[in-house]
Design a protein around this ligand. Sequence first.
Ligand code: SDX
Length: 432
Amino acid sequence: MTEDAFKLTSPDGATTLDLPVRKGTLEPNVIDIGRLYRDAGVFTYDPGFVATGSCASDITFIDGEKGVLMYRGYPVEQLAAQSNFIEVAYLLLYGDLPSKIELEEFDTSITRHTMLNEGMLSFFKGFRYDAHPMAMLSAVVGSMSAYYHDTMDINNPDVRNVFAHRILAKLPTIAAAALKLNMGQPFVYPRNDLNYCENLLHMFFAVPAEPYEISPIAAEALDLLFILHADHEQNCSTSTVRMAGSSGANPYSAIAAGISALWGPAHGGANEAVLRMLKEIGDKKNIAKYVEKAKDKSDPFRLMGFGHRVYKNFDPRATIIREMCHKVLKQLGRTDSPLFELALELEQVALKDDYFIEKNLYPNVDFYSGIIYRALGIPTSLFTVMFAIGRTVGWVAHWQEMITDPSGRISRPRQLYTGPAQRDYVEVSKRG
Ligand code: SDX
C-alpha cells in the first residue's frame, strides 16, 4: 500500500493532522485514522460502519456503483458460469484456483469429513421437533468446539486447515439432521460417492423406504447458489466472525457467532422473509398496496429482498439467480409458479417507482433465491441455513486472514457517550 495524506484541522484551528491515505489494488482508498485519538483527542463516528473500513483484505472486492463482485480477482459471473462450488471454496480459502490434483485432493478431503461424531447427532434428540433450523445450526456448530479439541491451536496452520475442511464438510450434514428432525424422518448419513450438492440433496430428501433419485438441475442450482453466497467482503456476519475470532476464541465459536448474525431479516434471514412476504402479497393486484406500505415511513414493512448497503445498482448475484430461477422452474415443469410470476411483477413495479429509483433499491441476493429453494422442496425455515452453508467458506477465509494478520489485534470500537455526566449515589431511603 502506498501513502498520500488527508489534512484535518481542528475546529479551533489549533491542530492540523496529516492522516495517511492507504491505497489498495482497487479503490476506494482509505484514510488511516489510527493516530487520530492520540494526536487530536477525538474518535470518528460512523454507526453501522457505512463508510468505515475495518481491515485490509485480499479475498473479495465489491463495487456497489457498478454492480461488481470478484472473489480473489475473478468476476463472480465467470465463476458462476465456468466453475463449481468446491473449486470456488478452494479459491477463497487458498487464494488461487487449484491445479487438477489440488482440486481432487481438496474435494476428497471435504468428502471424507462429511460425517458427524455420533455424539453430536444425539443433540438433535434434545431439540423440539419444530425447532428453527438456524437455532439448531448455531447450537450444533458452537458445540463442535466441545468435540474437536485437536483443532483448537489456532496458531498452527495444519490445525487451521483441518478446521476449515471439517466445518465446510459438516454444515450440510448438520443442516440435514435439522431438517430430518423437523420432518420427523430418520437422519440420512452422507455418501462418499456423491459430490457436495448431490450429498446434500440425498441427506435432505432420501428416506429408507425407497430409492431417492437426485435431480441434476437441483444439484446444479444449489452449486450455483453456494458459489454466489460464498463471500461478500465485510458484511454483518463476516464482520461478526472476524470480531469474535479477534479475541482468540476458538474458530467453531466464531463461526457460530456468524450464523447468529446471519439469521436476522435485514441480512441472511431476508430470503426466508421474501417468501413470507410474497405469500402475504398473494396476488399481483396487491403489489401496488405493498409497494406503498414499503414507502410509508410510519409502516415498519420493507420490501424484503430489496436494497443493499453496498450495491446502489443491481446486485449481480440477483441477476444470475433470476436466470437460474427460470431454468429450474422450466426443467421441473413448474413454469406456472405463481410466486415467481409475482416476484417478477413486483420487481418490475418497484424498479419503475420513484422511491426505489431515488434510493437505489434493487433486488438483492435474497430476492429470488428462496423461489429456487422452494421449487427444490426445501422448506422456508431452512432458507437461511442454505445461505449459511454457502457463506461458511467466506467466513472461514476471513477468519484465517484475520488470525494470520501479523498486525492483527482484538476488535474493540469506541463510542460517543451520551449518558449522564457524573453524579453521586443516593441512599434508597433518600430517593423520591
Ligand atoms: C444481505 O452486506 C452484505 O453484503 C449483505 C449480503 C451478503 O451477501 O452478505 O449481501 C446479504 O444481507 C442482503 C440484504 C438482505 N436484506 C433485505 O433484503 C432486507 C430489506 N432491505 C433493507 O432492510 C436494507 O435495504 C438493508 C438492510 C439491506 C440495507 O440497509 P442500509 O444500508 O442500512 O440502508 P437503509 O436501511 O439506511 O436504507 C436507506 C433508505 C432508507 O430510507 P431513508 O431513511 O433514507 O428515507 O432506503 C430505505 C430505507 O427506509 N430502504 C427501504 C428498503 N431498504 C432500504 N425501503 C423499503 N424497502 C426496503 N427493502
